[in-house]
Design a protein around this ligand. Structure first.
Ligand code: ATP
Length: 234
């Protein structure tokens, strides 16, 4: 479904991704883990066309999208939720959601807003509120909901747990799990919080200094004490 082959990206002399290959299977959560600077954010930014790949390929549903511009990605079925919960605080929850579906026909957009509010009831309750009153967890739900407005097949999520209380992280990860089950979505979840990510992921990919150290079933990675200590921080 989502496949990267030999993906290599540099910022000037800094090689941030160095020949990364892995596959995220359809209808599964694939966690991409690793320390600060491992290349996780760069991987998502390259996959979504925000940074140019120096070498290698990104394939979506068998189609090569490596050179597709970022603005075409939503139409091609890829949604990217960057780190930092960039909601537009002056707009309402509804208006923020609608921004995610601008390339969709108006009628589909209305149905999508209802669907998202069904998935995230807290957004339905705050429909007319301006986004600046939302908590961190609610903002995270809003940016995920906004990405889902594009009806993606693949959702790339960068550090959704950052700075949130453990209880809220659990809530968001549980929501993600049920989204995958109900929508058949393919999720690539970048996280420094490896323990929580592995608890909901099917598969984990560990990066270090821009290279894949290992890809395996999430349960197997969580059970590997040496690997956990060396790369996952728990
Ligand atoms: P973090 O969790 O801190 O975001 P990460 O695993 O996502 O870490 P990246 O942000 O992808 O890692 O960074 C990978 C490498 O690329 C690091 O060495 C980083 O310093 C470098 N890097 C990232 N962005 C840039 C940039 N815009 N210009 C130059 N170097 C960069």
């Amino acid at each position: 479904m989502f496949d990267v082959r030999d993906l290599t990206t540099s910022y000037g002399p800094v090689r941030a991704l160095d020949g990364v290959s892995f596959t995220a299977r359809e209808g599964e959560v694939t966690a991409v883990l690793g320390a600060n600077g491992a290349g996780k954010t760069t991987l998502l930014r390259t996959a979504s066309g925000l940074v140019r790949a120096e070498r290698g390929q990104v394939r979506l549903d068998g189609r090569d999208v490596t050179r597709a511009p970022a603005e075409d990605m939503a139409r091609l079925g890829l949604a990217h939720v960057p780190e930092g919960r960039g909601v537009i605080t002056e707009l309402t929850v509804e208006e923020n959601l609608r921004l995610g579906g601008l390339h969709r026909p108006a009628r589909a957009r209305r149905a999508d807003v209802e669907r998202i509010c069904g998935l995230f009831p807290v957004l339905g309750e705050r429909y007319d509120a301006t986004a600046h009153v939302l908590s961190g967890g609610e903002r995270q739900m809003l940016v995920i909901g906004r990405a889902l407005m594009a009806a993606p097949k693949v959702l790339l999520l960068d550090e959704p747990s950052l700075g949130l209380a453990p209880r809220i992280v659990t809530q968001i990860f549980d929501l993600l799990r049920s989204l995958v089950a109900s929508e058949g979505l393919t999720v690539v979840l970048v996280e420094q919080n490896a323990r929580s990510a592995l608890s909901i992921a099917d598969v984990g990919v560990v990066l270090n200094l821009g290279k894949v150290v290992v890809q395996d079933e999430a349960a197997a990675l969580a059970a590997d004490e040496k690997l956990r200590h060396a790369y996952l921080g728990f």
